[in-house]
Design a protein around this ligand. Structure first.
Ligand SMILES: Nc1nc2c(c(=O)[nH]1)N[C@H]1C(S)=C(S)[C@@H](COP(=O)(O)OP(=O)(O)OC[C@H]3O[C@@H](n4cnc5c(=O)[nH]c(N)nc54)[C@H](O)[C@@H]3O)O[C@H]1N2
Ligand SMILES: Nc1nc2c(c(=O)[nH]1)N[C@H]1C(S)=C(S)[C@@H](COP(=O)(O)OP(=O)(O)OC[C@H]3O[C@@H](n4cnc5c(=O)[nH]c(N)nc54)[C@H](O)[C@@H]3O)O[C@H]1N2
Ligand code: SF4
Ligand SMILES: [Mo]
Length: 870
C-alpha cells in the first residue's frame, strides 16, 4: 500500500510516497507533488529508517514513573487551573513549534488565547521566522509570501541572502540547479559570510561582513535611483514611503558590507540587469538584531522596481520547519491572532472571540520566547507546557534557559522522546505520536497546503498532539469547545474562521475549504492558499493591491546598525551557527539512522587556517570555546570557508549526544527589538586549545556511555560510535573500556599500546566483535567507516583500517549509495572523471537525492586544482 504524505522536515514541503511493507517502509518522492515532483533529499529519503520505536516514550511520565493518561492529564489540567485561579491567566505559558500540524497548532492557540485568556503562547518560530513576519506586515500589511517556487525557476537572477539552500532546502536548491542547467544564462548570487555548499551554484559569492545586509540592500536601492531604474509609475500607483527609504539608503555607509567595490558593482549590475529577479532569504537575515530591517531593505528594492507579484520575481522568504507557515496562519506567535488577524485590534479580537464562543481574550500581546523564559526564571510563570520543541537546547543562553525550566513550579513537555534536554528537566512528559503516525495538514514556504498521513499506529500509549491538548482543555472545563472527533473537524473550523478574517481585508482565506467532507479531507491534494470564492492559489500583489489601510505597499526607511555585541581583545572571534546537510535540529529523528550520521558524526568548529595557527590549534584536535554565557568543546575543522575572525559551529548536538557541543550554551540572547528574534549567528567568543591527555574513538553494538570531558555519540550502520577525549589518562584502559561499553564476560581480543595515552582494545563474543576502543595522545587516525562496519563481524578490527586490497572509502559523502570521499577522489584520479555526472555514472554517487552534488563538485574542483599544480 502506498501512502501519499508530506516530508517531516524542512519548509520545502516535499510530497512523499511511503510503501508500508512487511520489512519496513520504503520511501520515494511523490512525482505528482508540486513542491518536489518526485525529488527527495538525503533526510527525506531516510524517513523510513527513522520510524523505529527504540527510545520512544511509550507512556506518560510523572517524575520518574510511568502513569496512565487520566492521571497525567488530570494533573496537568489541575496544575494549570490552580495557577490561573491563584495568579491569573498570565501566570501560565505555552511554548510550541512550527513542527506541529496546523490542526494541533490551531487548538493549542484556541485554548491559550480564547479559553485560558493569555497570549503567553509563543513558538520556536520566534527563533526562525519572526523577523520576516514583522517585515512582511510592515511592507504589505499582512504576513504574505507573495510568490511561488516556480518564480525561482523562471527568474533570470536569483539572489540568496543568508541562506544555505543546498543543505537546508535541498530540493528547492535542486530545482534551482536544474533550471540553471537548462538556462545557463541564469545568474545566481550568494550573499553569505561563509563559503557554503550553496556557492557551488553561485556566479557571484558576496562574503558579506556579518550583519552587513541592510547596508548592502540600501546601497542597491541608492543605485537603483542613481541609475534611473526606479519604476515611477508603480510607486505612484501602489507604494508609499519611497522618499524616506531612499534618503535613509543614501545616508547609509556601504563600507559596513565589508565588500570590495568590484563585488558591489557586480552585485548591482546583476540585480539590475534582469527584471526577473528573485531574492531568497532565511536565517542569515532573520536571526539578527536587525532582522526586520534586513527583510524590509530587501523588499524595498523589489518595490522600488515593481519587481513583485509577477512570474519570476519578488522577495521569497523560505520557511525552515515543515509547518512554519501553518503556524503563522493559526496565529501561533504571542503577538499574532488566528488567520493573520491582529491580537491588539479589538474588532479582530471580538470577531475571533464570538466565533470561538470564548469566555475571554487577551487584550495585549504575550511574552515572546526570550521574555517568556526570563519570566520563567523570575518565577512569574507557575505552569509551562512545551510542545514539540526543545528550548533548553535551541534557545540562546541555553544553560540558563535549562536552569530556569528546571526551577519552574510545574513543567509539562509533549515529545516523542523523553531524552531531550527539556524533557529531562520537566515534571511531566507526555508521549506524542510523530511523523508517520499522525495526520493533518502542513503549509510549506510557497503557501502550499498538503496532507501528512499516518503509516501506522503510534507506539505504546502515545497520542496525537491535538488529542492531548483537547484532553487537558476538557479537564479544565472547556469541553464544549474542544470536543473534536478528528483533524478534519478542526481543519473545517479553522477554514471557517479564515473567512471571517478575510472580511477584515486579510490575505489568509481558505474559507473555500470550510465545508470539506471527511472523505475529501482524507484524499486532499496539495493546494496553494488562498482558497476562497474570490481567489484560489497563485501569486499575491499582481493586482498592485496590498493589505494595508490605504492598499499601498510600504517602503520602510532602514539604516545599518552594528551587531549587538562587538568582538574585543577578550573575545576576538565571532561565532556563526547553523545547520549541516544530513541532520535535523536536535537529531531526535535524523540521529536514529547511521546512514545520516556518517556524513558528519560530530560537532565541530570551522576556523580559518591563520586563526588556527595563531591559537595553536591543530586539525582534528579539540578547541574550548567560551562566551560569558557558557562554554563548549568542539572538534577543530580548519578551513578557509570561514574568514579570519569568524568561526562556525553547527547547532545539532545535545546533552544526550555531545554535552559540550551544545552551541547555544555560548550564544548571547540579544534580540531584534521589533520581532524578538535572537541574533543566533554572531556571538563574540574566545577560543583556546583544549588540553587533551588522549583522544579516543570507540565503536560498539550497544549504546556506549562516557564520563570523559569530551564525548560525542552517534549511530552507525552497525551500532554506535563515540569520539572521546579527557584531560587524564585512565589508570586501566581495559576497565575504562568495559565501563564505556557496559560489557562484562567478554573475550578481550587484544590490548596494545605501551605509550601512555594510547591503547587498542577490542571485545568479542562467539568470534564476533562487540566493541572496540582506539586511543592515542593525538587525534585517532583510524578509518571510522571501516571500524564501525566491523561491529558484529569477525573482521580483524584492531588494524583500524581495511587491508591494502580494500581501500578506505573515507567519510561518507553520498548517503544514498554510501560512497565515501576517498572513493570519489580515487575514481577521479584513476578514471579521469571530469564532471559530477561522470562520477555519478561511475559510482552512483549523487544520482539519487542529489544532496551531495555540491560537495562532489567541490572535490572535483580540488582534484583539478591539484592536477593543475602538478
Ligand atoms: N539539513 C537541515 N536542513 C534544515 C534544517 C536542519 O536542521 N537541517 N532546519 C530547517 C530550519 S527550521 C530552518 S530555519 C532552515 C534554515 O536554513 P538556512 O537559513 O539556510 O540555514 P542556516 O545554516 O541557519 O543559516 C544560513 C546562512 O546564514 C549565514 N549568515 C550568518 N550570518 C549572516 C549575515 O549576517 N548575513 C548573511 N547574509 N548571512 C549570514 C550563515 O553563514 C549560514 O550559511 O533550514 C531548514 N532546513
Ligand atoms: N544557535 C542557533 N540556535 C538556533 C538556530 C540557529 O540557527 N542557531 N535555529 C533556530 C531555529 S530556526 C529553529 S526552527 C529551532 C529548532 O529548535 P527545536 O524546535 O528545539 O528543535 P527540534 O529538534 O526540531 O525539536 C523538536 C522536538 O519535537 C519532537 N517532536 C517531533 N515530532 C513531534 C510531534 O509530532 N509532536 C511532539 N509533541 N513532539 C514532536 C522532537 O523529538 C524534538 O524533541 O532552533 C533554533 N535555534
Ligand atoms: S527538501 Fe528534504 S527535508 Fe526538505 S521537505 Fe524535501 S525531502 Fe524533506
Ligand atoms: Mo527554523
Amino acid at each position: 500500500m502506498s501512502v501519499k504524505t508530506t516530508c517531516a522536515y524542512c519548509g520545502v514541503g516535499c510530497g512523499v510516497l511511503a510503501d508500508v511493507g512487511p520489512n519496513g517502509v520504503a520511501i520515494k518522492g511523490d512525482p505528482d507533488h508540486p513542491a518536489n515532483f518526485g525529488r527527495l533529499c538525503s533526510k527525506g529519503s531516510a524517513l523510513g529508517e527513522t520510524l523505529g520505536t527504540e527510545g520512544r516514550l511509550l507512556a506518560p511520565q510523572i517524575g520518574d514513573r510511568s502513569a496512565g493518561w487520566d492521571e497525567a492529564l488530570d494533573l496537568v489540567a489541575d496544575k494549570f487551573s490552580a495557577a490561573i485561579a491563584e495568579h491569573g491567566p498570565d501566570s501560565v505559558a505555552f511554548y510550541v513549534s512550527g513542527q506541529l500540524l496546523t490542526e494541533d497548532y490551531y487548538v493549542i492557540n484556541k485554548l491559550a488565547k480564547g479559553f485560558v485568556g493569555t497570549a503567553n503562547i509563543d513558538t520556536n518560530s520566534r527563533l526562525c521566522m519572526a523577523s520576516t513576519v514583522v517585515g512582511h506586515k510592515r511592507a504589505f500589511g499582512t504576513d504574505t509570501v507573495p510568490g511561488l517556487y516556480t518564480d525561482l525557476e523562471e527568474a533570470d537572477t536569483v539572489v540568496l541572502v543568508g541562506s544555505n539552500l543546498a543543505w537546508c532546502h535541498p530540493v528547492l536548491y535542486q530545482r534551482l540547479a536544474a533550471a540553471k542547467a537548462a538556462r545557463p544564462e541564469m545568474r545566481v548570487i550568494n550573499v553569505d559570510p561563509r563559503r557554503t555548499a550553496t556557492c557551488d551554484l553561485a556566479d557571484l559569492h558576496l562574503r558579506i561582513a556579518p550583519g552587513g545586509d541592510v547596508a548592502l540592500f540600501n546601497h542597491l536601492l541608492a543605485e537603483i535611483s542613481e541609475r534611473g531604474l526606479v519604476d515611477e509609475a508603480y510607486l505612484t500607483e501602489a507604494v508609499s514611503g519611497f522618499e524616506a527609504a531612499l534618503d535613509a539608503a543614501r545616508a547609509d555607509d556601504v563600507s559596513e558590507t565589508g565588500l570590495s567595490d568590484a563585488d558591489l558593482a557586480a552585485f548591482v549590475d546583476l540585480w539590475l540587469a534582469n527584471e526577473k529577479t528573485v531574492t531568497v532569504f532565511s536565517q542569515g537575515v532573520n536571526q539578527s538584531t536587525s532582522g526586520v530591517d534586513k527583510v524590509n531593505s530587501i523588499i524595498n528594492c523589489h518595490l522600488a522596481t515593481g519587481r513583485i507579484g509577477k512570474a519570476g520575481m519578488g522577495p521569497l522568504s523560505v520557511t525552515g520547519q515543515p509547518n512554519a507557515m501553518g503556524g503563522r496562519e493559526v496565529g501561533g506567535l504571542a503577538n499574532t491572532l488566528a488567520c493573520h488577524l491582529d491580537i491588539e485590534n479589538p474588532d479582530h479580537s471580538k470577531a475571533v472571540q464570538d466565533f470561538w464562543n470564548a469566555p475571554v481574550m487577551p487584550a495585549a500581546q504575550g511574552l515572546k520566547a526570550i521574555d517568556m523564559f526570563d519570566a520563567v526564571e523570575r518565577g512569574d510563570i507557575k505552569a509551562l507546557w512545551v510542545i514539540c520543541t526543545n528550548p533548553a537546547q535551541s534557545l540562546p543562553d541555553a544553560d540558563r534557559v535549562r536552569a530556569a525550566i528546571k526551577g519552574c513550579d510545574f513543567v509539562v513537555v509533549s515529545d516523542m522522546y523523553d531524552t531531550t534536554d527539556t524533557a529531562q528537566v520537566a515534571d511531566v512528559v507526555l508521549p506524542a505520536s510523530g511523523w508517520g503516525e499522525k495526520f493533518g495538514t502542513v503549509t510549506n514556504s510557497d503557501r502550499l497546503i498538503s496532507r501528512q498521513r499516518a503509516l501506522r499506529a503510534a507506539p505504546g500509549k502515545a497520542r496525537h498532539d491535538w488529542e492531548i491538548i483537547c484532553g487537558v482543555a476538557r479537564r479544565m472545563g472547556f469541553g464544549e469547545a474542544f470536543n473534536y472527533h478528528g483533524p478534519a473537524e478542526i481543519f473545517r473550523e479553522h477554514a471557517a474562521l479564515s473567512g471571517i478574517a478575510a472580511a477584515f481585508n486579510k490575505d489568509f482565506d481558505i474559507s473555500g475549504l470550510a465545508e470539506i467532507s471527511d472523505d475529501d479531507y482524507e484524499t486532499f491534494e496539495p493546494q496553494h492558499w488562498p482558497v476562497s470564492a474570490v481567489k484560489t492559489g497563485g501569486r499575491f500583489f499582481g493586482d498592485r493591491k496590498f493589505f494595508t489601510e490605504d492598499g499601498r505597499a510600504r517602503m520602510v526607511a532602514v539604516s545599518h546598525r552594528p551587531l549587538a555585541q562587538a568582538t574585543d581583545e577578550d573575545r576576538p572571534y565571532r561565532l556563526n551557527t547553523g545547520r549541516i546537510r544530513d541532520q535535523w535540529h536536535t537529531m531526535t529523528r535524523t540521529g536514529q539512522t547511521g546512514r545520516l550520521t556518517q556524513h558528519m558524526g560530530e560537532p565541530y568548529l570551522e576556523i580559518h587556517p591563520e586563526d588556527a595557527l595563531k591559537l595553536g590549534l591543530a586539525a582534528a584536535t579539540l578547541a574550548k570555546v567560551d562566551s560569558p554565557h557558557g562554554s563548549a568543546i568542539l572538534r577543530v575543522m580548519i578551513s578557509d570557508r570561514v574568514t579570519q575572525g569568524e568561526v562556525f559551529a553547527p547547532l545539532h548536538w545535545t546533552e544526550d549526544t555531545c554535552p559540550t557541543g551544545r552551541v547555544n550554551a555560548l550564544v548571547a540572547p540579544n534580540v531584534d527589538k521589533l520581532s524578538g528574534q535572537p541574533e543566533s549567528k554572531a556571538t563574540p567568543v574566545s577560543i583556546s586549545p583544549y588540553k587533551a591527555a588522549w583522544y579516543g574513538f570507540a565503536v560498539s553494538a550497544q549504546k556506549p556511555q562516557a564520563k570523559t570531558d569530551y564525548w560525542a555519540r552517534a549511530r552507525t550502520n552497525a551500532g554506535w560510535q563515540v569520539e572521546l577525549s579527557h584531560h587524564e589518562v585512565p589508570e586501566d584502559w581495559q576497565s575504562f573500556a568495559l565501563e564505556v561499553f557496559g560489557l562484562r564476560d567478554v573475550d578481550i581480543m587484544s590490548v596494545s599500546g605501551a605509550k601512555p595515552g594510547s591503547a587498542r582494545i577490542a571485545f568479542q563474543k562467539d568470534g564476533q566483535v562487540l566493541a572496540a576502543l582506539f586511543a592515542a595522545p593525538t587525534p585517532v587516525e583510524v578509518s571510522r567507516q571501516f571500524v564501525s562496519s566491523a561491529i558484529g563481524s569477525d573482521i580483524p578490527i584492531l588494524a583500524g583500517r581495511p587491508g591494502a586490497d580494500q581501500p578506505d572509502p573515507g567519510p561518507t559523502l553520498c548517503a544514498c549509495f554510501n560512497v565515501g570521499a576517498n572513493t570519489i577522489l580515487r575514481a577521479i584520479e584513476t578514471q579521469n572523471l571530469a564532471t559530477v555526472e561522470e562520477i555519478g555514472s561511475a559510482l552512483e554517487a549523487g544520482t539519487n537525492c542529489g544532496s551531495c552534488r555540491p560537495e562532489i563538485s567541490a572535490i572535483l574542483a580540488g582534484a583539478h586544482l591539484k592536477t593543475a599544480a602538478e
